[in-house]
Structure formats: C-alpha cells, structure tokens
Design a protein around this ligand. Structure first.
Ligand code: FES
Length: 119
C-alpha cells in the first residue's frame, strides 16, 4: 500500500533562512524531529526548493489522502512538532480537523503569482 502522505518542508530562497522574517531552521534538526515522530511508512518528508509563496516563510506543504494543506510561518520547533503531530493523526484519520495553532496558519495556494497577501 502506498504511503498516504507527503510532507515538503521548504528550504528555498526564503524558508529556513532568517532573511525574510522567518526563523532559521537546519535540515538535520527537522529530519531528527520527523524521524522521532513515528511517521515512517505513512508520511514521507522531503526538503524542497522554493514552493512559491515566499511571503509566508517558513512554508510546509502536507499532502495527505489526496488533499493539499499549506501551512505558513512554521517558525518554531514547537510548530513543526505540531505539524508532525497533526500528520500522525490525519494519516490515520482523513479529514481530521486542524488544531487551532495550525488552522490559523493554513492558507490556500494554487501556484503561480507572487503568493498570498501576508495575514
Ligand atoms: S522559499 Fe519557501 S516558498 Fe519560496
């Protein structure tokens, strides 16, 4: 059976760096957090080049059960842990509601353009 999910943590021109109001993140730390989250076999993590909506750095894109979920300003390790916790729940429960701290950081993005207006 295929994994139900993919997670892209953006590390493009703005995400992961402190040059656009985002927090600096390093890939090994995110990888360690992901590996500790027990998502192996259910969700794959990939680090990506720019996903497009740079104004929202740090951006995480989660694709679970065929549904896209964009998350903006994931700028603390606690927020990244919250994304992992949500992925753990939603991988087994499609359509699980987002917790409030992630719901306020979710946004729509269809690609193209300069990205959504900052909230
Ligand atoms: S660098 Fe992350 S969206 Fe552009």
């Amino acid at each position: 059976m295929a994994d139900p999910g993919l997670m892209f943590a953006c590390f493009g021109c703005c995400c992961g760096h402190a040059n656009n109001g985002a927090a600096r993140f390093v890939r090994p730390a995110l990888r360690r957090a992901f590996d500790a989250a027990g998502l192996q076999g259910r969700v794959r993590l990939a680090f990506s080049e720019c996903l497009g909506p740079c104004s929202e750095a740090n951006v995480v894109f989660l694709y679970l059960h065929g549904r896209p979920l964009w998350l903006r300003r994931i700028n603390t390790s606690d927020l990244f842990e919250a994304v992992l916790a949500y992925a753990r729940i939603a991988a087994d429960a499609p359509g699980a509601p987002l917790p409030a701290d992630l719901a306020e950081r979710s946004f729509s993005w269809t690609g193209g353009g300069i990205g959504p207006e900052p909230s």
